[in-house]
Design a protein around this ligand. Structure first.
Ligand code: BGC
Length: 436
């Protein structure tokens, strides 16, 4: 065991959970429609080793075993995502109906995310219409599951979906629009606002979003680096938080968005019951260097007005991401300072790391460090209500295929055998101590 001192006690009612997403675990592609990720994955060279999510963790057929793993872990809640392409297929909602029943029977609270990047093939976030269609789908899901599901997440990480999928072309749908991808951000935010409206109409009163945020550190105090880091902070953090929490875009951005932006912002800024933050690592950013940069598999074109720099002197995960737990405290206190009483209670909707092996002391150290950092944010007065580990299972890690393992449970993709890792036992013990 990598740590000895007990993690400080979190308040009663604090929500402990784990997260997954549909496309990354479900498999069973024959019982759903295709998504932009299926189309993207079929293109040669898009996903490492030509891996596909056709089987993934075969979760649709093995959800009983996976719910038993959740119950054995002792989490309060399970964050999974509902696949829009599955809901569009005949009988598609039946699967989530059963999953929700099984979770409730096992005493694990279901927390569905309504969109985690698997847009139905043929739809396009550049079209405003996609936001309206999303709201109709959300109404359908809420109508079916709303008698048992009480906590909802609209979108997962519109920032990454915009940046990786539409600006840089590393994720589906593989578009390289750079700043012309901004309408994709706006339409997802609008989809979020319309989804909140649809969920409220269905009686929901516990709604959040899972946005990806992290501190942006200037590479130096040189004004050019500070300016570039400020711009990156605007793109990753403020572009996706300001509209929700302040009802406006950062200066200069609203003019670049399509449609009646003022009217849309009214919808987008509908009050939330809580705000979800997915946190993995901070980003160090400097002035542009005039060359293309390969950053952890992400090719950043030379024409961007910033360049991402390495953070040195820190352990790194198998993904090459630096391990910086105190940056979790930093982003939370920064949000509290930036948004004040406009910031609702916060839930960490994802946090985790990729490491090989069933004996995974590095993952234990990562989670231990970050949970302590979260407690420090709480002590500093940030109203944090929950923490979800990414992820329950090793899974299809997008463009990296099966090469990155984020699970508390190891999956042998040849046999589908699940083996709880040392970190699973460690997290179970932590939950036990928290409740003692
Ligand atoms: C995403 C997950 C992903 C994880 C690790 C998050 O950005 O929401 O789907 O697997 O990071 O890369």
């Amino acid at each position: 065991m990598a740590t000895t001192r007990a993690v400080p006690r979190f308040p009663d009612g604090f929500l402990w959970g784990v997260s997954t997403s549909a496309h990354q675990i479900e498999g069973a592609v024959d019982t759903r429609e295709r998504s932009v990720w299926d189309v993207f994955t079929a293109e040669p060279g898009r996903v490492r080793d030509g891996a596909t999510a056709e089987v993934a963790c075969d979760h649709v057929h093995r959800h009983g075993e996976d719910v038993a793993l959740l119950a054995g872990l002792g989490v309060d809640a399970y964050r999974f995502s509902v696949s829009w392409p599955r809901v569009r297929a005949r009988g598609g909602l039946d699967f989530y109906d059963r999953l929700v029943d099984d979770l409730c029977a096992a005493g694990v609270r279901p927390v569905p995310t309504l969109f985690h990047w698997d847009l139905p093939a043929g739809l396009d976030w550049r079209e405003r219409d996609t936001a309206e269609r999303f709201a109709a789908y959300v109404s359908e899901v809420a109508g079916r599951l709303g008698d048992r599901v009480t906590k909802w997440i609209t979108l997962n990480e519109p920032a990454e979906h915009t940046l990786l999928g539409h600006a840089l072309g590393i994720h589906a749908p593989g578009l390289k629009l750079l700043f012309d991808a901004l309408p994709v951000a706006h339409h997802q935010l609008l989809a979020h606002g319309l989804a909140v409206r649809a969920l409220r109409a269905a009686g929901a009163d516990d709604i959040g979003i899972a946005n990806s945020h992290g501190p942006t550190w200037p590479a130096s105090q040189d004004p050019a680096d500070v300016e570039a880091a400020g711009f990156y902070d605007l793109l990753l953090n403020r572009l996706f938080a300001d509209p929700l929490l302040l009802g406006r875009y950062p200066d200069g951005i609203g003019e670049l968005m399509p449609g009646d932006v003022a009217a849309d912002l009214e919808v987008i800024s509908a009050p939330l019951d809580w705000y979800g933050i997915n946190y993995y690592a901070p980003t160090r950013v400097g002035a542009p260097q005039g060359t293309e940069i390969d950053f952890g598999g992400i090719r950043m074109p030379a024409e961007l007005p910033f360049s991402v720099r390495e953070i040195t002197g820190r352990p790194v995960t198998d993904f090459g991401w630096p391990v910086v737990p105190e940056a979790l405290t930093e982003i939370l206190t920064a949000f509290r300072d930036r948004y004040g009483d406009r910031l609702p209670p916060v839930v960490i909707t994802e946090n985790g790391c990729s490491y090989e092996g069933v004996d995974d002391p590095e993952r234990i150290a990562y989670l231990d460090g970050h949970i302590r950092a979260l407690h420090r944010a709480l002590e500093a007065g940030v109203d944090v209500r929950g923490y979800f580990v990414w992820s329950l299972l090793d899974n299809f890690e997008w463009a990296e295929g099966y090469a990155r393992r984020f699970g508390l449970v190891h999956v042998d993709f040849a046999t589908q055998r699940r083996t709880p890792k040392a970190s699973y036992a460690w997290f179970r013990e932590l939950l036990r101590e928290q409740r003692a």
